[in-house]
Design a protein around this ligand. Sequence first.
Ligand SMILES: C[S@@+](CC[C@H](N)C(=O)[O-])C[C@H]1O[C@@H](n2cnc3c(N)ncnc32)[C@H](O)[C@@H]1O
Length: 252
Amino acid sequence: MSIDPNRPSVARMYDHYLGGRHNFAVDRAVAERAVALVPAIPRIARANRAFLHRAVRFAAARGVRQFLDIGSGIPTEGNVHEVARSFDPQARVVYVDIDPAAVVHARQILDADPHTAVVQADLHEAGAILGDPQVKALLDFARPVCLLLVAMLHFAPDTPELRGALRAYHDALAPGSLLAVSHATGDVGELADLYTRTGTPMVLRDRAELAALLDGWDLVPPGLVFSAEWRPDTPPDDPASYATLAAVGERR
Ligand SMILES: C[S@@+](CC[C@H](N)C(=O)[O-])C[C@H]1O[C@@H](n2cnc3c(N)ncnc32)[C@H](O)[C@@H]1O
C-alpha cells in the first residue's frame, strides 16, 4: 500500500490539527488554510477527541468490549483501544479507514497487537467490512459492539448507498450494541468549500438531517446535542462554538 505525499489527506490534516507528526507539507499547507478560515479548528478537533473518549468510556462502562471504529484516522494519543483497555485489557478494536495513509500508520503503531486489526475500506462497503476475515476473527457479532462513526459522516453525502450501509450495520449488530457519532455542523461553510477542493467533500448537516441518519437507534440521554454537551466531564463553555453535533444510540 503506498501513500501519495503530494495529495492532501483528510486523516493527515486532522493529525496536524491535533499536533501530531504523521503529516506532510501538503497536508500542513491545506490544514493551515483551513485554520485561517476557521481559527477554532484545533480546539474543535481536541473537543471531538474528548467526545470520542467519553463515548468509549460510556460503552465500556456498559460492558461493551468490542469496538468497530470506521473513519478512525491516524491513531493518535488516547486511541480507542487505549481507552477501552483501561476497562478491560482484552477489549477488541477494529480500525477502518478509506485512506491508505491512516491505514499504514495504524498498522505500524498497532503491529503485532493481537486484539486490534486495521482494515482499509469505505464506510459504504458494509458487507465487505462486516465480512472481512480480520473483522470476523476479532469481533463476535452475537455480542454487543460499539460502532464509532466519529467526525466522519460529514464526509459521506446523502445517498441510497449511505442509507443502505447504515441500515446494514444496524441490522448486523446484536441488541445492546451502540453507535457513537459526531458530525460537523453550523457555520463552517467556507471550510466545506476548502475540503471539496482537496478532493474529500464535506457535507454539513443540521440536527434534523443528522437525526435522520440515526434512524433506528435509541439515543441515550442527553440525545443529539453539541458534542461538548454530551455527558461532559466539566460543563462546557459555548458548546455551539465547537460546531459539532454528537449522539450515542443503542440497538434495541
Ligand atoms: C476527521 S478524521 C476523524 C478521525 C477519528 N474518527 C476522530 O474522530 O478522531 C475523518 C476520517 O474519516 C476517514 N473517511 C472519510 N471518508 C471515509 C469513508 N467513506 N470510509 C471510511 N473512512 C472515511 C478519513 O480518511 C479520515 O481519516
